[in-house]
Design a protein around this ligand. Structure first.
Ligand code: NAP
Length: 278
């Protein structure tokens, strides 16, 4: 089969922002995210996949062959696998961008071990934030959750686990204004609501856990999605359009690991092959 990978200008996705990946089988010392992507890219090319490093602007799944528009070109395919992933939401602060990888992270699974016996802050109040705080508590000395309201959005079970954990503390009604530090994270400046009083805490890392957004905008009105934009599946990787499959974080909000996405990619490829044979 002839396979075209429209890898996008930001090819490699979240793994390109990740340091050590230690739960991808086959690398006993772990592997850094960009190296893993480089390996995957070379492996796919060695089997004849063609890559283009531009974004798909739109798709048309209303007739066959399916069409994917990239710049002024239209690519046609008898099947399409959606594997556009998700992006972590960021607060949008200059200091957050500057200190990314220098104490600012969106992935405790990837980076928690770097902050053994340190004091770390988690921003957010949902399930992701509680999971990040719980994961960090295995390494850090102290985990402070800074949340903008006085109630968590997280499920009861995760809330209870976090409340029971002696290492996890909460700062309520607080909006992060700036992450402090020149070359690495040294603290957080936040504003209390409703008093508007500014306060600072000293810490070694800040984990932003305010949710993820699936990169599925261009598939809107083409395949069925849930209200958050995750592509709906029927029977493993099949979408609402016969011949269009989905794998990874564009569909999965729960596991969100490189290995689970890779496994889903393999399933989607097998499903696509079976579809073409049928
Ligand atoms: P989420 O439920 O949307 O929670 C995002 C949290 O971040 C909310 O507490 C929100 O505050 C806060 N927030 C959003 N924007 C912010 C901003 N600009 N500044 C400060 N705080 C901000 O996202 P999530 O936790 O990633 O969860 C997404 C979905 O995945 C949920 O359905 C969740 O149940 C699911 N999930 C499940 C598990 C699990 O079952 N183990 C794990 C992870 C995720 P407010 O509360 O004030 O809105």
């Amino acid at each position: 089969m002839k396979t075209l990978v429209v890898a996008g200008a930001m090819w490699g996705g979240q793994l390109m922002l990740t340091t050590e990946v230690e739960n991808f089988p086959g690398f006993k010392e772990g592997i850094v995210g960009p190296d893993l992507i480089d390996n995957m890219w070379k492996q796919a090319e060695s089997f004849g996949a063609k890559m283009i490093f531009e974004d798909a602007a739109s798709v048309d799944f209303s007739s066959k062959p399916f069409k994917v528009m990239v710049g002024d070109k239209v690519y046609e395919g008898r099947t399409v696998i959606i594997a556009t992933g998700a992006s972590a939401r960021w607060l949008g602060l200059e200091s957050e961008t500057r200190l990314r990888g220098r104490g600012v992270s969106v992935c405790a699974t990837c980076d928690a071990a770097f902050f053994k016996d340190k004091k770390v802050v988690v921003v957010g109040g949902g399930d992701s934030a509680m999971e990040e705080a719980l994961a960090l508590s295995k390494f850090a000395r102290e985990v402070i959750v800074v949340h903008r309201r006085d109630k968590l959005r997280a499920s009861r079970i995760l809330q209870e686990r976090a409340f029971e954990n002696p290492k996890i503390k909460f700062i309520w009604n607080s909006i992060v204004q700036e992450i402090l530090g020149k070359d690495k994270v040294e603290g957080v400046l936040f504003r209390k609501s409703p008093s508007n009083k500014e306060m600072q805490i000293v810490c070694d890392a800040v984990f932003i856990a305010i949710g993820h957004k699936p990169n599925t905008e261009i598939f809107k009105d083409q395949v069925e999605m849930d209200e958050r934009g995750y592509v709906s599946t029927e029977d493993t990787t099949k979408t609402s359009v016969g011949g269009v499959f989905v794998a990874g974080d564009a569909e999965d909000y729960r596991y969100r690991q490189a290995i689970t996405a890779a496994g889903a990619g393999c399933k989607a490829a097998l499903d696509a092959q079976k579809y073409l044979e049928g």
